[in-house]
Write a protein that binds this ligand. Structure first.
Ligand SMILES: Cc1cc2nc3c(=O)[nH]c(=O)nc-3n(C[C@H](O)[C@H](O)[C@H](O)COP(=O)(O)OP(=O)(O)OC[C@H]3O[C@@H](n4cnc5c(N)ncnc54)[C@H](O)[C@@H]3O)c2cc1C
Length: 285
């Protein structure tokens, strides 16, 4: 039996879409090549605008645990060590009304799995370990075929929520070739000192690193560390050893001096390349 809607990709876009459609009464198949929970290379900070959207989605099990951590704003440190701080509570609309109080920091491990659990709760048919291989359109239906023996899925409406390197976009000839050659290395680390309820962004030497404290109120809170480098410039440095490259690179940011002497890597570095996958292989370790 065809579904009303097939959604490829169960990241935040796919799951949110699936929840809205299922609550509107549609039969929805949500397909993802991964099995959840899973880690994903991301700086794991949500803009203050995200919280009202999550509340509108009616997600359960989201605001009642230790996650997400609330962030009061961001601190940006320039190559010369000077820091600028922005607080969300100072944002005002045209009438002078306060817009936001806080942003959120939450691991994709928890965020994506929570959204998927909520999609299941409202009746979405979630297929994990289901990797799209090919698709065709026949008699008004999209026929979606996975790489292995999983069942094929059909629906008159197809939503491509399969991310930056979208297979759907490739199969339909809609992909855009990226000209940016940036590489991100992301890890979860304990032991960074002087973390407060602020996200941090440090810029130096054509690299930047974001810190998003995923916990607060405890000693050695878990922190997302997301380093972005220029692929052409740093390729030799990170090849085969992204984690030691990441830890060495942290020492080059003036705003981290004296704060990273005793680090414990809890979730090892994951790499995301911004290049189109037809140019170069996407690389995950
Ligand atoms: C290094 C980095 C840091 C970032 N930091 C932030 C941040 O701090 N805050 C923020 O708001 N945004 C951040 N972003 C952007 C954010 O990650 C994306 O905007 C967000 O993930 C997009 O969500 P999505 O649901 O569209 O796609 P994704 O989250 O990419 O989800 C796509 C899903 O599709 C699945 N999929 C892919 N191919 C197939 C296939 N063939 N078959 C089946 N399933 C498939 C994948 O497994 C995945 O689960 C960051 C991105 C990067 C790369």
């Amino acid at each position: 039996m065809p579904y009303d809607v097939a959604i490829v990709g169960a990241g935040p876009a796919g799951s949110a879409c699936a929840i809205h459609l299922a609550r509107a009464g549609y039969q929805v198949a949500l397909l993802d090549k991964a099995s959840f929970p899973r880690h994903k290379a991301c700086a794991e900070y949500l803009s203050p605008a995200a919280e009202p959207l999550l509340q509108r989605l009616g997600v359960e099990g989201f605001f009642d645990g230790i996650y997400p951590n609330k962030l009061r704003g961001f601190r940006i440190t320039a190559p010369n060590g000077k820091t600028f701080q922005g607080d969300f509570s100072t944002t005002r609309n045209a009438e002078g009304k306060n817009l936001f109080e806080s942003g959120l920091a939450i691991s994709r491990y928890h965020l994506d799995a929570t959204l998927i659990a909520n999609a299941r709760r409202v009746g979405v048919d979630v297929h994990e370990n289901w990797r799209l291989s090919t698709l065709q359109r026949q008699n008004g239906l999209y026929q979606l075929h996975p790489v292995d023996a999983h069942e094929s899925i059909s629906a008159p409406l197809l939503i491509a929520a399969d991310g930056l390197h979208s297979t759907v976009a490739h199969r339909l000839g809609l992909h855009i070739v990226s000209r940016m050659h940036k590489v991100a290395m992301v890890a979860h680390i304990r032991g960074i000192t002087d973390l407060e309820d602020y996200g941090e962004m440090h810029v130096a030497g054509r690299r930047y690193v974001g810190l998003a404290p995923l916990e607060s109120g405890i000693s050695q809170p878990l922190c997302n560390v997301a380093l972005v480098v220029d692929e052409n410039r740093d390729r030799i440095g990170f090849a085969g050893q992204p984690e030691s490259f990441l830890l060495q690179a942290l020492k080059t940011f003036p705003g981290l001096h004296g704060r990273i002497d005793h680090l414990t890597v809890v979730v090892k570095a994951d790499i995301e390349m911004s290049r189109n996958k037809n140019d170069q292989p996407r690389c995950t370790i």
